[in-house]
Ligand binder design. Structure first.
Ligand code: ARG
Ligand code: ZN
Length: 877
């Protein structure tokens, strides 16, 4: 156990290290229970540090076997070693070496940080602070070292031995063992270190870079699964080409390897030249992966690859700067996916995620700035705020300074900071220089937590032909930040005339900005548009130009004008969502016929016009706001059951009103063409399945029959699972039979069974908690595997609003039990599960009290990990 005094780490306390480690030589002899690691560190005093300070190296659950200083065994009084620290009291004159031998047990490593076993392989995860579980080190991102790694293992057990950088040597080590030496010429922080050893299959290819260098690329998977890695390899090649074309970034080593493992705490990891992935984001075949899985694989392969420049070549000075690499890299992967698929649909999907994850986080007790100022446990800051809001901040920056200046700023950043550990200030300075603008005020986006609300009020003066739009902003208080200042909010907008066309804007933009971009940087401002020939409908926040809540007093008719005509597809979709949200809110308030006919008429018209030409977009329009969206809209004293019933009512009304059209469209979209995972096919499937879902809500008997047929008839997982998902909401024998058939058909595929666990955990019925408990003893379930835990327990806690929030509190108590039990084994995954309570304060008083009680029980459990102690503590604050 790490000795955890619960110390708070603060950004303002940053100071450079006293020592640097120029070179690191590792000799790792893999063994299931007793892996020996010999590290030779080439150290020198840091001119920016304190002279002759003791050297304090980080450790975590380490056992020191031997220590030599400058090649000679260290005297016992020269140092002090504990599992979490190695202190050299008076290091010799600079430069000097330390040779440290440690022994670790990868099999006992259930935290999945450091070196551990996944299946029959050895692998590592070092970000954020896992390297200190392998050897004593200055485990912080501003210590950059050149690593040479020798890996030795039983040849039978681990014929494949992979490390960072380029392979330099391999051979026999005697006694049935062999070795490989890898050298990474690029100095890197130890969180980017990785090795893999095991019996693995691979798919391989080559990529020729823009300057003509040949790179050997490969994806390694468990034996027998190579066929399912082809799509990941293809996505990797497309990512490499895209980063050259769009950002001018070329790959820099001779090899690039991706390894898929089945036990992984997060999504994937960008270790230099050796990305390690949760196999969920690598393995795909038409029979086992949905279109969404394919899109996620493409995005995450790209994300980790893009880190090679944004994260690895330029890393973070300290963990407070995490968004420097994560927000920027999410922005880059979003742009990549937008270019590979439909830009509008991608934007809608990204905003859905932003709102459901980040807005939820930002409005509760776990709210924090994109660049936090303090933390107790850094692993708890790999959040939607750092990642997704971090990406929105980059997107706003590009909107504000324009695409060309943005690209110049990126070039300058790569040029100036390559090979360094940088800060947000250094990053922003490049864009200030490239654009000639002062970004001081803009930088507040990194410092201030909370989602700003922008309120818009319009007034048209027909005599003067003037339209005035008054915009005001306010950000609610968040923990530790009670007073908020106005931020720089780019608002892309248009004025839509009765014909549906945009009215030319005069002025066209806030001075110095692209057409249609207006900047609100004070508490309020009034925009005055002249020569406006008719009363316009304002289309604000086009493309979701800023991560804010928009409040505008548009009439239903105005929203429907935007839905029909807005030239901005995002706002078309948004206006349909807003109309639906209002209908559901009316139903929550007791209105029995909430979805009025105008909405159904508009949808009918829309489907007639757009279903054929833009099915992926149409599918997004047909997908109603989620229960969580509605709950956030209500904001306080939420009764999840009321939200559920209201949404169900509106969905049934729309499904019934459009029944004929939906059935007809469903039939028309049914094809016998073989499955391909491309965007066009995915769009058609998405629309067809959205039709099925709505139809089943409006005409359950017909929907069930269609769904059952589709479930049995499908030749791909997208359609099969969509059908099962529709059936899962229709209680009865058809559902239970289909669930049983699915489990039998895929009993050997853990990733597919995860879908099956997840779907059942999200059934909005009182029996679900018992079902989930029962599934915990299913042979395929294991508390040791993060994917299993997330699909069953995570889906229940995060994806089942009514059942997690049961009025009797049983959902809360269940999650508390799980978190306490899991904490001893894997604190990171336990802490992540516990964030399901992040919105507890907006519940009605009865549930609020029960949620608080469960949270307190967790918080008061003795011996909690820092991870869970931090989340429970902040959740209660
Ligand atoms: N840097 C990884 C990414 O691509 C995330 C790794 C986080 N892991 C952790 N244990 N905190 O986003
Ligand atoms: Zn990342």
């Amino acid at each position: 156990m790490r000795d955890e005094s619960g110390a708070v780490i603060r950004l303002e306390d940053y100071r450079p290290t006293d020592y640097l480690i120029d070179r690191t030589e590792l000799d790792i002899r893999l063994d299931r229970h007793a892996t020996r690691v010999r590290a030779t560190l080439h150290l020198r005093a840091n001119a920016a540090g304190r002279p002759s300070a003791p050297l304090v190296l980080d450790g975590d659950e380490l056992r020191l076997i031997s220590l030599a200083i400058d090649g000679r065994p260290a005297a016992p009084d020269a140092y002090e070693a504990s599992p979490e620290r190695l202190v050299i009291h008076a290091p010799p004159a600079s430069p000097f070496t330390l040779t440290i031998e440690t022994e670790i047990d990868p099999t006992a490593n259930t935290k999945l940080m450091g070196l551990y076993r996944s299946g029959s392989a050895y692998c590592t995860q070092c970000e954020a602070e896992g390297f200190r579980r392998i050897t004593y080190f200055l485990d912080r991102p501003d210590v950059l070292s050149v690593f040479t790694t020798r890996i030795e293992a039983d040849r039978d057990e681990a014929p494949v031995l992979l490390g960072n950088g380029n392979p330099v040597k391999a051979g026999d080590a005697g006694g049935g063992r062999h070795y490989a030496v890898w050298h990474d010429p690029f100095p890197k922080p130890c969180y980017l270190f990785a090795i893999v050893g095991g019996r693995l299959d691979k798919v391989a290819d080559t990529f020729t870079t823009m300057s003509g260098r040949r790179v050997d690329i490969a994806v390694y998977v468990e034996p027998g699964k190579a066929g399912d890695a082809a799509y990941a390899l293809d996505a990797l090649k497309r990512s490499m080409a895209w980063d050259e074309r769009v950002f001018g970034r070329e790959y820099d080593l001779d090899v690039f390897n991706v390894v898929a493992v089945s036990d992984f705490n997060m999504g994937a990891m960008e270790n230099k030249g050796l990305n390690i992935f949760n196999d969920k984001y690598v393995l795909a075949s038409p029979e086992t992966a949905t279109d969404t899985d394919y899109a996620n694989i493409e995005a995450i392969i790209a994300h980790e690859y893009f880190h090679n420049w944004t994260g690895n070549r330029i890393t973070c000075r300290d963990w407070f700067q995490l968004c420097l690499k994560e927000g920027l890299t999410v922005f880059r992967d979003q742009e990549f996916s937008a270019d590979q698929r439909s830009r509008a649909v991608k934007r809608i999907a990204d905003v859905r995620v932003l709102r459901s994850q980040q807005f939820a986080e930002d409005s509760g007790p776990l709210a924090h700035p994109v660049r936090p100022r303090q933390y107790r446990e850094i692993n708890n800051f790999y959040t939607a705020t750092v990642y997704e809001k971090g990406a929105e901040v980059i997107r706003m920056l590009r909107t504000l300074i324009g695409e060309e200046a943005f690209r110049r700023g990126m070039d300058l950043y790569f040029d100036r900071y390559d090979g360094t550990a940088a800060t947000i200030e250094q990053f922003l300075s490049c864009f200030a220089e490239a654009s000639g603008r002062d970004l001081g005020h803009f930088a507040l986006w990194y410092e201030q937590a909370g989602t700003p609300t922008v309120t818009a009020r319009g007034h048209y003066d027909p005599a003067a032909k003037v339209y005035r739009l008054t915009l005001t902003q306010a950000t609610p208080p968040t923990p530790g930040q009670l007073e908020k200042s106005p931020q720089v909010i780019p608002i892309s907008l248009g004025l839509v005339g009765a014909s549906g066309a945009d009215i030319p804007l005069s002025p066209p933009a806030t001075e110095g900005h692209a057409p249609g971009v207006f900047v609100l940087d004070g508490p309020s401002a009034t925009l005055t548009f002249t020569d406006v020939p008719e009363k316009p409908v304002p289309s604000l926040l086009r493309g979701f130009s800023a991560p804010v809540r928009l409040e505008i007093d548009l009439e239903e008719e105005d929203l429907l004008v935007l839905f029909r005509h807005d030239s901005d597809p995002f706002n078309q979709w948004q206006s349909a969502q807003t109309v639906a949200t209002r209908a559901i809110l009316r139903a929550v308030a007791g209105d029995k016929r909430a979805a009025d006919h105008r909405m159904a008429d508009a949808l009918r018209h829309f489907l007639a016009m757009r279903a054929a030409s833009d099915p992926a977009f149409a599918a997004q329009v047909l997908a109603l706001p989620t229960e969580a969206d509605i709950a956030r809209e209500i904001g306080h004293d939420v009764d999840p059951d009321a939200v559920h019933h209201a949404r169900r009512l509106v969905k049934a009304e729309i499904g019934a009103a459009l029944g004929d059209e939906l059935a007809e469209l469903y039939g028309r979209l049914t094809t016998r063409e073989p499955y391909t995972p491309d965007a066009a096919g995915a769009g058609r499937r998405a629309l067809r399945n959205a039709c099925l879902d709505l139809l089943a809500a409006g005409r359950p008997a017909e929907g069930e029959a269609f769904a059952l047929h589709q479930f049995r008839d499908a030749d791909n997982m997208t359609d099969r699972f969509a059908a099962l998902s529709v059936l899962s909401h229709l209680p009865g024998t058809a559902r239970e039979t289909a669930l049983a058939e699915f489990a039998e058909r895929f009993r050997d595929n853990a990733l597919v069974l995860d879908k099956w666990f997840s779907l059942q955990a999200m059934i909005p019925e009182t029996g679900t908690l018992e079902r989930v408990r029962g599934l915990m003893s299913h042979p395929a379930f294991s508390m040791g595997n993060p994917n299993r835990v997330r699909s069953l327990i995570g889906s229940f806690a995060m994806g089942n609003l009514t059942q997690f929030n049961r009025p009797d509190g049983a959902g809360y108590e269940f999650l508390a039990d799980i978190v306490i039990a899991l904490d001893a084994r894997n604190p990171q995954v336990a802490a992540r599960l516990l964030t399901a309570f992040r919105t507890w304060k907006m519940l009605e008083p009865g549930r609020r009290a029960l949620a608080e009680k469960a949270l307190r029980r967790v918080a008061e459990t003795p011996g909690l990990s820092p991870d869970v102690a931090d989340i429970s503590g902040r959740s209660l604050s």
